[in-house]
Structure formats: C-alpha cells, structure tokens
Design a protein. Structure first.
Length: 433
C-alpha cells in the first residue's frame, strides 16, 4: 500500500503540486491506461478515415496550398472527426479510468489494471452519458462563439463579422472557464460518488460553489502547460513541429498524425488529475471528508460521527490523547465596558436622577437636610352625573372623597447602578442597651 496524501483543505499551489507529483509517481500506470482506452481507438479512427477520405492529397505538392479548416473539404472533415473523437474518448473511457486510479492512489491504494477496468465497466453507462452531454455542451459553446463571425465574413459582411468576432471570441474563453468551473467535476462524481448522469451536474455545481475561480485558474494553468483533448499546450509544441515536418516535408502525413496522437496520450492524463485533487479538496471543505476518514481510523462508527457533527459544541477527544499543556497561547483582550448610563439606556431601563428622591428615601439622606418637599398628591377624581340628568338631579352636589395618603414602598427594588441606602440606627433596639 502506498503512502496516502494527507486529507485537508488545499490552496492553489497544493492542488497543482500534488497533481504533478501524482503524474510523475504513477506515469507508467497512467500511460498504460491511456494507451489502451484512448490512443488505441484514436489510431483506429485515424487510420480508417485516412484511407476513406484521403485528406492529405495536397501533401508534398508545391502548387496546392493547405486547405482551410472552415471550408467544406476532405481535410477539414478529417480534422474535425479526429477532434470530436478525441473529446468523446477523452471524457468517457480515458477520464473515467484516470479519475478512479488517481482517487485510489490519493488515499493510499495501489489499483491494478483489472480493478480499474472493472470499476469503469460497472459505471460505464453513466460515464458515457455524462461524457456525451459534456462534449455536447463544449461543442455548442464553441460553435456559437466561432462560427457566426466566419459565416458573416463569407457572406460579404466583413465589417459585421469582424465586430461580432471580437465580441464572441473574447467571450469564448470566459464561457469555457465558467462551464468547467461549475461542471468540471461531473465525471469525477460519477466514478467517485456513484452519481447518476442526471445527478452529476448538480453534484458538481454544489461542490464547486464558492470556489469556482480556483478551478478556473487550475484549468487555465493545465491547458496552458499540457493542453486538453483537441487543444495543444506548451508541452505539445515539439510534437506539433514534428507532425508539420512529417506532413509537409517528408510526405508522411499518417505518420505525423500518429506522432501527434502519441504526444497527446503522454500528456492528457495530467489534464484530468487536478480535477480529482480538487474534488477531494472540496469534499474536505464542505463535507468534512477528512474528519470522517480520521474518525474511521480512530474506530468511530458513522452513526457516532453524526452525533458530533450535529452538535458543534460537543468535542471528541480520542482515548489517551493529551493536549499540549505547555503551548503558549495569546492573551485574550477583555472588551471595553460601556458606561452604566449607556448600558441602561440600551436595555430600556430608567436611571435614577440625582436631583429627585432616591428609592427608599423619600425624605432625603439620613441625618442630612431635606432637599425636596413631600411627594405631590395624586390628581383629584372628578364626579359628575350621567348625561341627560342635569335638569332633575336626584342627588346633592358631588362630594370629594378623602384624599388618600401617599405611602411609598418602604422596600423598593434598587435600580441598576444605585446602591441601597443604609438603615439609620434604632435607639430603641435592646441590643444597644
């Protein structure tokens, strides 16, 4: 069993670095899979359509230039058939095996070729459906952004074609990056989450939500360095030069096509590996996959793990674990206390005024001069006969009731921030005799 990568949230450099590390450490296994599942069917397609269409009849001729790829001719048809086949085989049989193999190696496994083929065979229906939809969306975006300006230029509307081309071609790369950032994990979820075709796009959008600029950056760096199915990268430049020399100078176009396909088979695994590393990164961030694996290693059951997951204030300490008691911790700054008046006003409390009677002391402070008069009497009630009986009164004039004596509460509750007064000494207390 190989050493597994540590499961934790990763930054951009970690994703790129781990992808290249996986590629170099498992180069033979990746190459073996891509030779069988991508290069072999691509060579069959290239040879069959080469002899069926004869697309390179202009090769080696000094009078016939290279045909255009955007005009109806046999060379353009052959080229686009190869591009479409590279996309279909790349995002179905090629990508599925790379995803499964990388995931197993990432967690410390050592999958064999038979194990990878069995896993792809079990999920091939959903893999093929997801890959077909994936390719259809990519083709639709490419055709919608590339073909309208070319058609306008061919219809003698060069000005409109140039303006439309500037707008659409500038929007082409952001559209592709946005689509991959949102739905680039669809085939990964089919192989690693056992999601169905109808669930893979939603699952990919959920995992990448909030981190789509990161996967767009990963995709940009990967395509720039190694390319993508049907798109060359910087490392593909030597193969492109060799293919051009074989087609134009040596007059061996089929050999040149095979050299280009072999170069793609060597580099394309590196295009799919970062999506698996990014998949584990998103699962650790959003679903605590690293904590679940750690808990399983500690012997905690999945049902027991749910108790800690849904109780954030309940911590788990493994048996025998001791904290770092000598670790220095930063001091905690105490928050500044607001003044009492501000706190009481914010809480809706009434403050005792210094010029009014204090609670429990209606006559002033003990032993001091009285600074205020007696409390005002309550308002006198008004007595009057019912309406309509003013002419024939049956009772005498209204009598004022006896004015009740106002008695304040001798033991009122103290207001916040006001101290209770001290009771004066009682001279009749027997304890003082």
């Amino acid at each position: 069993m190989r050493k597994a990568f540590d499961l934790r949230p990763l930054d951009f450099n970690d994703v790129i670095g781990r992808s290249f590390s996986l590629y170099t450490a498992n180069f033979v296994a990746y190459l073996r899979w891509f030779l069988l599942m991508w290069l072999l069917p691509m060579m069959v397609v290239a040879v069959v359509f080469y002899f069926a269409l004869d697309p390179y009849d202009w090769s080696g001729s000094l009078t016939r230039p290279e045909p255009s790829l955007f005009e109806p001719n046999r060379y353009a048809l052959y080229h686009w058939i190869l591009q479409l086949s590279a996309l279909l085989f790349g995002f179905t049989t090629g990508a599925s095996g790379i995803y499964y193999m990388t995931a197993r190696v990432y967690v410390g496994g050592n999958p064999t070729l038979t194990e990878v083929m069995r896993a792809v065979y079990q999920r091939f229906g959903h893999v093929a459906g997801t890959g077909f939809l994936h390719v259809c969306v990519l083709i639709a975006i490419s055709v919608a952004c590339i073909m309208p300006p070319i058609l306008l230029v061919g219809a003698n509307s060069k000005g409109a074609g140039v303006l439309l081309g500037m707008v659409l071609w500038c929007a082409y790369v952001p559209l592709i990056l946005w689509y991959y950032a949102a739905y680039g994990l669809n085939t990964s979820t089919v192989m690693l989450d056992e999601a169905e075709t109808t669930e893979s796009f939603g699952r990919s959008a959920y995992l990448s939500k909030g981190f789509r600029m990161r996967v767009a950056g990963i995709l940009f760096v990967t395509i720039l360095v190694v390319g993508a199915p049907g798109v060359p990268g910087l490392l593909s430049i030597p193969a492109i030069v060799a293919e051009t020399m074989l087609v134009n100078d040596a007059g061996s176009p089929l050999l040149g096509v095979m050299v280009g396909l072999l170069s793609n088979a060597l580099l394309l695994p590196l295009f799919f590996i970062p999506f698996v590393v990014y998949y584990f990164d998103m699962r650790c961030r959003k679903e605590s996959y690293d904590l679940a694996v750690m808990a399983r290693n500690f012997g905690i059951a999945e049902g027991e793990m749910q108790r800690f997951r849904f109780n954030p204030h309940l911590g788990y300490v493994p048996k025998g674990w001791k904290g770092e008691r000598t670790r220095k911790r930063k001091g905690v700054r105490k928050p500044n206390q607001r003044p009492a008046a501000v706190r009481h006003a914010a809480a809706g409390m009434q403050m005792a005024q210094p010029w009014g009677p204090q609670p429990g002391m209606p006559g002033g402070f003990p032993g001091g001069a009285q600074q205020w008069g007696p409390p005002p009497a309550p308002p006198q009630p008004q007595w009057a006969p019912p309406p309509g009986q003013w002419q024939n009164p049956q009772w005498g004039p209204p009598q004022s009731p006896q004015n009740p004596q106002y008695q304040p509460n001798p033991n009122p509750p103290p207001l916040p921030g006001v101290r209770r007064p001290i009771s004066p000494p009682n001279p009749h207390d027997p304890r003082r005799q």
